[in-house]
Design a binder for this molecule. Structure first.
Ligand code: ADP
Ligand code: MG
Length: 321
C-alpha cells in the first residue's frame, strides 16, 4: 500500500463527502466560515515513545490524538467543525493498522460532529508521529479565554480529577486495581467536553482544560487572569473509585491533582451563576464541583492542607522540558 492508496482507500472516507475537503484531490481545503462566527484553531502532536507506547493499538492512538484537540476546542467554548490529520510513518503502515485507525477516527467524528478536511502523509527516520489541527466555531466574540476570570468567581470543575493519572499508573503496571475500568477509560478514551460549548459561551468568564493536571492548569488560569486561587485539598472530591484508593493509601490526593491527562474543564463562573451552572452540568450526567474562588492577589494557585497551610510544590504539572 503506497501513500496514495492509503489516502484514497482510508483517509478519503474521513471527509464524509464534505465539499470543503474536495475528496482530498486538491492541494488544500477551502472553508467558508458561517456569517457571524469565528474560527478557533488548535494543534496537538502525539509521538510514539513519548505520548503513547511503541506498538500501541491504532484505535487508541486515533482517539487520543483527536480528543486531545477536541478538549482544547471545548476549553474555548468552541463547537468542533473539522480537522487536518498529519502523520509521519517510520515504516509503511499495514492495512489492519490503517483500517483500525480510520475506523476509530470515524467513530469519533460521528460522536463529536466533525470531519477530516485534509492532512499530510510523510515518512520519518524517527518514531510514528500523529499531528492533528482542529477547527472549531464560536459566535463572534464568544470564545472563552483563560484571561477572563474575575475576583470572587467560583472555580468550577466539570468532573472529578485524577482518574486518568490512575489509568496511566495501571498501564505502567504501577497500580494493580482489578475492576477499575473507569481509570483505564479515563486515560485511553477521555471525553472532551465539547457538549458544553453553549454553557461556556453563556456563563464562563474563563476556562481551561486540565490536561496538564489541576494544579498546573489552575495556576495557568490564575496567571492569565492575574488572580489568585486558594483551594482546600480536603474539599476536592475525587471519583468514588479514586476515593477508595485514597482510603487504602494507594494514592495521595496530591498525586491526583498534579497528574495530567484529565479532560475535564476548569471554569470561572460569576457567583450569581454558580448554582445554575452546577445544576446544568449535573443534569447532563456530569459530577461537577465548586472548589474555591478566585481572589485578588499574587497570580498563583495555592493548595491548602488540613491546617490551612499552603502545600509547597513546584510547577505541579507535567512539563516536556
Ligand atoms: P502535497 O504533495 O501537496 O503535500 P499530498 O499528497 O500530501 O499533497 O496531499 C494530497 C491530498 O491528500 C491533500 O488534499 C491532503 O489534504 C490529503 N492528505 C494527505 N495526507 C493526508 C492525511 N494523512 N489525512 C488526510 N488527508 C491527507
Ligand atoms: Mg503533503
Amino acid at each position: 500500500m503506497n501513500e496514495f492508496d492509503l489516502i484514497a482507500t482510508y483517509f478519503r472516507s474521513l471527509t464524509q463527502g464534505r465539499p470543503e475537503a474536495a475528496g482530498l484531490e486538491d492541494d488544500a481545503a477551502v472553508f467558508r466560515i458561517p456569517a457571524g462566527h469565528e474560527l478557533v484553531v488548535t494543534s496537538d502532536t502525539l509521538n510514539a515513545g513519548t505520548h503513547f507506547p511503541h506498538g500501541e493499538a491504532p484505535a487508541l492512538i486515533a482517539h487520543k490524538a483527536l480528543r486531545a484537540n477536541l478538549s482544547d476546542l471545548a476549553a474555548m467554548g468552541a463547537t468542533p467543525y473539522a480537522y487536518q490529520l498529519c502523520i509521519a510513518f517510520p515504516q509503511k503502515p499495514d492495512e489492519n493498522w490503517a483500517q483500525d485507525f480510520t475506523a476509530a477516527l470515524l467513530a469519533d467524528q460521528d460522536e463529536f460532529g466533525l470531519f477530516c478536511s485534509g492532512g499530510d502523509t510523510s515518512v520519518t527516520q524517527g518514531p510514528l508521529s500523529i499531528s492533528i489541527t482542529a477547527f472549531g466555531l464560536t459566535p463572534e466574540g464568544k470564545a472563552v479565554r483563560r484571561c477572563g476570570a474575575r475576583p470572587n468567581d467560583a472555580i468550577v470543575l466539570t468532573g472529578p480529577v485524577g482518574d486518568a493519572f490512575l489509568g496511566l499508573q495501571m498501564v505502567k503496571g504501577a497500580l494493580d486495581d482489578a475492576g477499575s475500568e473507569s481509570f483505564l477509560a479515563a486515560y485511553r478514551k477521555p471525553v472532551p467536553r465539547t457538549a458544553l460549548a453553549g454553557l461556556l459561551q453563556a456563563h464562563a468568564h474563563a476556562a481551561i482544560d486540565i490536561s496538564d493536571g489541576l494544579a498546573a492548569d489552575l495556576a495557568h488560569l490564575c496567571h492569565a487572569s492575574n488572580l489568585s486561587a486558594h483551594v482546600r485539598l480536603n474539599e476536592i472530591r475525587f471519583s468514588e473509585a479514586a476515593e477508595k484508593l485514597i482510603k487504602r493509601k494507594k494514592v495521595a490526593p496530591m498525586n491526583l491533582i498534579t497528574g495530567g491527562d484529565d479532560y475535564e474543564l476548569l471554569l470561572a463562573i460569576a457567583p450569581e451563576n454558580e448554582k445554575i451552572v452546577l445544576e446544568a452540568l449535573s443534569a447532563i450526567g456530569l459530577r461537577p464541583q465548586s472548589i474555591g474562588r478566585f481572589t485578588q492577589g499574587a497570580a498563583e494557585a495555592v493548595f491548602l492542607d488540613d491546617q490551612g497551610m499552603a502545600i509547597p510544590f513546584g510547577q505541579g504539572g507535567y512539563r516536556h522540558f
